[in-house]
Each structure stands twice: as structure tokens, then as C-alpha cells.
Ligand binder design. Sequence first.
Ligand code: GTP
Ligand code: SPV
Ligand code: MN
Length: 618
Amino acid sequence: MVDVDKVLDEAGLHNPRVREYVQHWAEHTGAARIEVVSAADDARLVRESLDAGEILPAGEGLYYSRSYFKDTARSEERTIVATSRPEDKGVYNNWRHSDEIRPVVEGHMKGAMAGKTMYVIPYLMSPPGSPLEAYAAGVELTDHRTVVLHMIRMARVDVSFIENLADPDSFVRAVHVTGDLENLGQGTPDDKRYFVTVADERTILHFGSSYGGNALLGKIAHGLRQAAYDGWASGKFLAEQFMLLGITDKETGRVYHICGGFPSASGKTNLAMTLAPDALGDRYHVSFYGDDITWLWVDPEDGKLYGMNPEFGVFGVAKDTNELTNPTALDSIRADSHALFTNIAYNELTHEVWWEGRTKQAPADLTGWRDWKGELISERSPEQAGDPWAHPNSRFTTTLANVPNVAADFERPEGVAIDGIIFGGRTRDREPLVRAITDLAEGVYDGLTLGAEATFAAEGVDGQLRYDPMSMRPFMSYPEGPYAAHWLKIVGAASEQPIFAHVNWFQRDPEDGHFLWPGYRENLRALLWLMQLKNGEVKGRETAVGILPTEDELDLTGLDLPQHDLDRVLTIDVERWKQELDNRQAHLEQFPGLPEEIWAAHRRIVATLAEQPEQRVE
Ligand code: GTP
Ligand code: SPV
Ligand code: MN
């Protein structure tokens, strides 16, 4: 039996509630050893992981790991939000009564750390001193050392964060047990994985994975599901799967902050890290705040809407990251950045790494190259020749401070005032480049009806068209009706209203499928127009679904776009939109208690659309 008291004493961990929690789970899981971790332990933990072969060297101060091949993405089916209140059941939160599900997952965890070390990771999901700090502290317990290395990069990790809590009980209990990955029946009727957030007990119980959001519990389990529930229960804030960026206009000196939601693997990291297009770089500077989570609240003193990234790092999609699409991401994983790669391709002789889209062609000399499963590329059969070298959901993990254009004030505890909120996703038709929405209820309506193609960030849904409200579908923790009402309440309380917009970088030519808009760095042009509209510097063109830029308002300096493509991305296909509004009606009818303002916005758009002349570009 481990002497838990001795270990915690030595680590300077005195919070009595945390000690009870660690004691309880040490006993329950039967861990052989306990180790309390702080970020300062990183170098030692890296060495131990290298020695144990759990991670491999990937160049100077860079590391590589593989997860089990059936454990490479979030599982939405196995993710559950539990509470003791049946009225918390929503359409997307996969609600279960905590009395029913808790014993099941606890049963799987019983004795499951036998022979293993249980790492105790005290963390904070906010910059220290944030007005939301009371909701940000947590203690993850995990039996997986690579998960510890990820947590140190993705969250602020230090014992001090739980020692001085105003209420010693106000930390999230986040238990992660990997389980026997080879015998969990992933994706079968006998699936043993459970990813449960017991939201009204601020307890997270994840069993059966060591990958990403399934295992790094500070990130989406706490930072999104738990925080969204806390924000609603307290009536104080929103926690959304949003990126957050700043734009400085060097000519006027004005700074804008925009946050927004795109479903998983649909461009948040790329947009947040973007650089201005070369032709606009003299005038505009883009700064990075966050790529996956934003907490939003109104400051009672100045009445403004503020946003803050609770994370400490980036867990970014590797695919298609290269010098053209995302140069800052490449910079943030440079030598000695201590970045960690997962499930990309790895050369065991040269320690180089590669993923699809890193370069146009895969390395020509196959010597030493292994794919994400660890299999030699040179030994592939002809049938396997076309298989990707890297898993499509393979990722890099690096700290925010490594991002070259990180904002100077990215750790400002008060957050930054929000000027705009955008929604977007992979939509191959219908959605124009940008349509601005100036009314709060219409903005919230637009978020709730965000429809897009799902991606490989979750198992088994790639390519399916589905609604993903506010890009929160996989992270929703309470019912959609109250969620909409909470949005109206929080943002509605702001003295200065943000402008909303729907953006789409993914419209395609119906004939040959090419992207009509070049995307990536060019996307800034749509955001600049949006800020000009907010400032009253441009007027745009009113349509039923929002204000679109006219061609001459959009700054296209240095961009050579086929006129036909440009026409299409600046047009509303009225007939197509009429069908969409019928679908939206059915989508929204699923949500009991949806505020009347949202229905009124829907009816207004339906009525205006009926009047709008067709202007489709053939
Ligand atoms: P999560 O971390 O899963 O929440 O994803 P994310 O929303 O941060 O997505 P990310 O920025 O990592 O982008 C996912 C994929 O979309 C990458 O393969 C990108 O290369 C691609 N992508 C991002 N922006 C654009 C764009 O403007 N145009 C096109 N065509 N592809 C893009
Ligand atoms: C997502 O899937 O939206 C992610 C990655 O950001 S994960 O942390 O695995 O959820
Ligand atoms: Mn995400």
C-alpha cells in the first residue's frame, strides 16, 4: 500500500480536500506508486519517457509518440454528461443519471492502476488572477506518463494552484484511467470505454483511452463541458469551443479581438495562428490568443464582453500544416520547442517526421520511415500503397508561448474585450464567404444552426453533414433551450454588442470540387471587412441571412481570384437557402424551451427570404 500522506507531504500538497480525493482514488485504482507533478518536472519526465520508449526523439528538443491504433480520436458515442437532475438531459449531451452511470465507470476503474504510477496533476484552466479562476482549478489523476507530458504543455500545472483556493473544495476532480487498450472492444457492441463528466459534482471520470480530449482532462472535459455547465449554473459565463485572435491596424492603431466557433478540425487553429496576407502585412498584424477554447463573460464594472483562453498550449491538427498554410504553426514546433507529435509518420533512423500536406510529395527515400501505426512504409503491400502515412487526426502539442505571433498580453488575467463573434464550418455549398449579423438573437440563432461536414476529429463521422450548434455539439453539457437563453443573457448584458458573422472558407465548385476561396491567410480579408462594417466604414449588401460584402468593399489587394469564383462566394443561393430554413425549423424543434427571440429571428429570416429575388450564379 502506498503511503499517500508521505508523498503528498513531500510534494507540499496540503489542501485537505485534495488529499482525501487522492487517497480515495489511490485506494480504488490500486496504484502502486503516486507522484505529484509540476511543470518543473517536465525535463525529468521526458527523460524517463524516452528511456522507457514511450516517446521517441524527433529532432533536437522534439518528441514523438504513437497512441494505440484503435485510440486516435474522441469517441462521441462513449462520451456522457451525467447529473442527478433529469431536466439536464439535452439533445446532444448524452445525459445519464449519475447514480446509474457512476458505478459503471467506477467499476471499470477498480484496481485498474495496479502496478502503475498514479500521477497527480494540479492544474489551472485560466491565467492566474482571472475573474473566473474559481472555476479553473483541477486535479487530474492519470496512469499514463505521456498524458502527463501533454497536460504540462496544454494547461498550467503546479501544486500552488490548488494550495491557496478560497474554497479548498473548489477544484475539478478529473480521474483518467487508461485501461487495457487492447481489450476494450473499441467500436463494438461490447465497448468498455466511458468518458463521463458528472457535471453537478464537478467530477470527470474517463476510462479507456490515452488520446487527446479523451485523456487530457483539463482541455475539453473541464475547459468545455464542465466549464459550460458551471458558467450556466452560476449564471456568470460561457465556455465555448472558440478560437480567439487579435488584429492590429498599424495605420489607425486600433486593435480588434474576434473569437469564434468552427467544428473540430475545421480551421480554428489555422485561423487563430494566421498571418496577414503578404500584400496586407504592412498594415495589419494578427496576434494569437487561443485556438480551441474561449471563456466569455461581462465585466460588471465596465460592462464589456471579455474573452479568455483558459489553455496553456495548442493540440493542433498536423494534416496540411506547411509553410504556406500555417507558417506560425511550423515555427511553434521548431527545434527545442519541446513540442510533442502524436500519430504522424516517423523516421526511426533520422528522427524526422512527416504528415500528409507537410510537403507536396512524401519523402522519396523510404529508408527508416514508419507510418502512424509503426509499420514500415517500405514493406507496404500494393493495396496499402495509397494509405496515409500519418493518421488524419494526428496532432502536434506545443505551448502558447512557442507561437511566434502570440499576443503580448495573452496571459492577461482580465482577458480581452470582444469585438466580433464568428461561426463557420466545412460547408461545400450555400454559405458565402462572410455574412455579417448585427442582431444578437440572429447571431445566436446562426450559431445554433451551424451546419457543417463532420471531420476525423471524432471516430466514425467524417464527412457527414450535421448541425453542430456553436461548434459545441460534442461538448454540450446542458440542454440546448437553456443554452440559447444563457447566451442571450450573457452577451445581452454587454454595454457594447459584438458583431456576429458566419464565415465559410470551404465552398466548392460543384463541377470539379475545387475550393472557391483560397483560404488560410487570405481569410483575414473577410475579418477586416467585418470590422470595417462594425465601424460603419463600409455598408455591405443586405440579404435575408445577413450583410454581405460588395466586391469593391473586400480588400483583394494581391489576390488573383477567378471572377466566377469570387461571384459565387459573394452570393446567396436563395432557393438553396429556402430548403435550409426548412431543415433548420426541424432542427430547432428538437429543443424544448428555446427562447422566443430565437424563433422570432427564424421567422424573420424565413419571411425576408421569401421576398428576396434569386441571384444565383450559375
Ligand atoms: P480542433 O483542434 O479539432 O478543434 O480543430 P481546428 O478547428 O483547430 O482545425 P484546424 O485549424 O487544425 O484545421 C483542420 C484542418 O483544416 C487542417 O487540415 C487544415 O489544413 C484545414 N484548414 C484550415 N483552414 C483552412 C482553410 O482556410 N481552407 C482550407 N481549404 N482548409 C483549411
Ligand atoms: C477537437 O476534437 O475538437 C479537439 C481535439 O480540439 S480533442 O482535444 O481531442 O478534443
Ligand atoms: Mn477542438
